[in-house]
Design a protein around this ligand. Sequence first.
Ligand code: PAF
Length: 255
Amino acid sequence: MKIITDPRRWKETMYEVRESGASIGFVPTMGALHQGHLSLIRMAKEQSGAVAVSIFVNPTQFNDPKDLRAYPSTLETDQEALRSLGVEYLFLPSYEALYPDGYTYSIEEHEISRRFCGASRPGHFTGVLTVVMKLLLLTGADRAYFGEKDWQQYRLIEGMCEAFFLDTKIIPAPLIREASGLALSSRNMLLSEEDRALAPSFHAILSSGKPVEQIISDLEQAGFIVDYVQQWEDRLLGAVMLSHVRLIDNVRIRT
Ligand code: PAF
């Protein structure tokens, strides 16, 4: 696996890969890889000639500096997992390299990004869209893969690519759950033992089919601090806090 830290070098390398005739499947991540990420990489592997992954904990998408400091990092094991899946290219940029402008330029969406997670995390999606735009422009991938766990993020990225006529096709990948129903997330490793035991009830209650008001009340009763539970299109989206750890999930609404 070729590891590249310099954005210009990455851009040149990706150009060479495309010139060689191989299609590129790209999986952007913030590391602390779990089976959800690995399923995206497996999808990319099946559908593309070469697989490129980035690991970059993007500070501009964290509205809370404590959340950024606490974000898990498991770079060594991440690299082992990527090697064992046969990933060819890994991009590991620094903040200075990826933001030569010091984040004076950004990509902003003015509607959906302000709802749901965006309402309680101001600036979060501007940070996400900005870094994803940079990564997509640098990689020039044929396909880029995003997990459906963060449904709002996936839809915003898909919308951004349409709005700016980017050539990369955005592929959503199914949310992966533990046997308990808990959606896999890098943040799960930050949960205390007690909160870990409670966390699976989030999905159980969210998918109960009850009215939204009842779901919110059941979640609060179970011990979650509810940020929101709201229907959007054919999904019921939710975000809750367990101590200082934020969990998000979504389920398709049965019609
Ligand atoms: O979903 C994530 O891990 C991040 O938001 C992403 C898409 C890699 C951008 O930093």
